[in-house]
Design a protein around this ligand. Structure first.
Ligand code: NAP
Ligand code: 3JN
Length: 350
């Protein structure tokens, strides 16, 4: 086993995704030499705990990547656009959780269970897909390999944690205010989120001229790029629900070759990263509350579509902050450390 350890930066370490990254790096015993935590001036001097030690958060700047080998970005697209080039210049490979480079033809967009080999084509940056896309493609890849997917129709039920730490706080504060019959001044969501459902993601400037939201177009475009198949037709409706954590999706797929519900269950039960929870007699199907804090993509309610010759319906649930963001990025990091030749700089042995 290699004894190499690596210098890692986490950009956005104080955020919802950053917090999850630190837990997963610790849990999976990622081989770290130095861990550099970066955030905005608001967090200057703040300390975060990692493996029992307190690490001070540093303010992100152009020189933050000196000596860094892997930089994990989750501080928003504009920060990535500005600082991924600085990280590359310093010799680090970036794994970017934002949409900044996802559709850039020179940047691989990777879900390790689906297209790990794309990592080899990186030019200093590897993009992590949108959370809703990640969990869907993990569940669909084995069906695509078996029967070639022609069309996907997906509706999402996305938790508030997808909109960041402040959005979680807003859902609880608004629920409390409603229960106590108080007026609540919203800051994050455009409409009431507590005890309500919003067919708008993201919360600002969501909609395009064609009526689709930005999140829906991300799912459509990213799915084709990750699956490496532009011929798959995809349509999506993305919806915010008052759930703290884990996104749920109703996914309908049409395949070229017939796949029965039993065959789909069999294929999915063997697929990497998937856990089938599908026993209606026992009342078993995936639930956001059970998926919270878990790594797999849970699939259930698998059934043949009564309206189509070769169609399947399923319910797909995953923790958006783990497999949908931090875990997927760290799996890409693990691939890089397992193939150190893919890290641009010479890495030092500990
Ligand atoms: P969040 O809880 O609001 O956290 C934002 C993080 O970014 C904080 O650490 C914040 O630092 C940092 N930040 C903000 N402005 C900064 C600046 N000017 N310089 C340095 N750091 C700055 O948001 P989140 O939910 O963790 O999401 C963060 C980003 O990750 C999103 O914007 C999105 O691009 C990406 N994301 C991706 C997925 C996915 O589907 N793969 C899912 C969720 C999020 P302070 O605490 O100092 O403000
Ligand atoms: O809303 C969600 O459930 C997922 C949100 C993801 C997100 C939030 C702000 C900016 C993204 C993303 O990952 O696509 C971005 C972005 O980077 O564009």
């Amino acid at each position: 086993m290699s004894t190499q350890k690596f210098n890692i930066a986490v950009v956005g370490a104080t955020g919802a995704v950053g917090h999850e990254m630190l837990s997963i790096l610790e849990e999976r015993n990622f081989p770290i030499n130095e861990l550099r935590l970066l955030a905005s001036e608001r967090s200057a001097g703040k300390k975060l705990s990692f493996k029992g030690k307190e690490i001070e958060v540093q303010v992100l700047n152009e020189n933050s990547f000196e000596g860094i080998e892997i930089a994990l970005f989750s501080a928003g697209g504009s920060i990535s656009k500005k600082f991924v080039p600085a990280a590359i210049k310093a010799g680090a490979v970036s794994v970017d959780n934002t949409s900044a480079f996802r559709m850039d033809p020179n940047t691989p967009l990777v879900v390790p269970e689906v297209n790990p080999d794309a990592i080899k084509d990186h030019n200093g940056c590897i993009a992590n897909p949108n959370c809703s896309t990640i969990q869907m493609v993990v569940a669909l890849k084995p069906l695509h390999d078996a029967g070639k997917i022609k069309r996907i129709v997906v509706s999402t039920y996305q938790s508030v944690s997808g909109a960041g730490v402040k959005a979680i706080q807003e859902m609880y504060a608004e629920a409390q205010a409603i229960i106590e019959n108080r007026v609540y001044q919203r800051q994050i969501f455009p409409h009431q989120i507590a005890f309500n459902i919003l067919p708008q993601i993201p919360q600002e400037n969501a909609f395009m001229k064609n009526g689709y939201s930005e999140e829906e177009l991300k799912m459509i475009n990213e799915t084709k790029k990750i699956m490496g198949d532009d011929s798959i037709r995809v349509t999506a409706t993305t919806v915010r629900v008052p759930v703290e954590r884990a996104h749920s999706e109703a996914v309908n797929v049409e395949t070229e070759k017939k796949i029965t519900a039993d065959q789909a269950r069999e294929l999915l039960s063997k697929a990497p990263g998937v856990q089938v929870q599908d026993d209606l007699d026992k009342g078993e199907f995936p639930l956001a509350s059970n998926a919270t804090g878990q790594d797999p993509v849970f699939v259930g309610r698998i059934r043949e579509d009564l309206s189509l010759e070769n169609g399947l319906e399923m319910w797909v649930v995953a923790d958006n902050l783990r497999k949908g963001a931090a875990l997927n990025a760290i799996q890409i990091g693990e691939y890089l450390v397992a193939h150190p030749e893919l890290l641009k700089k010479q890495v030092s042995s500990s």
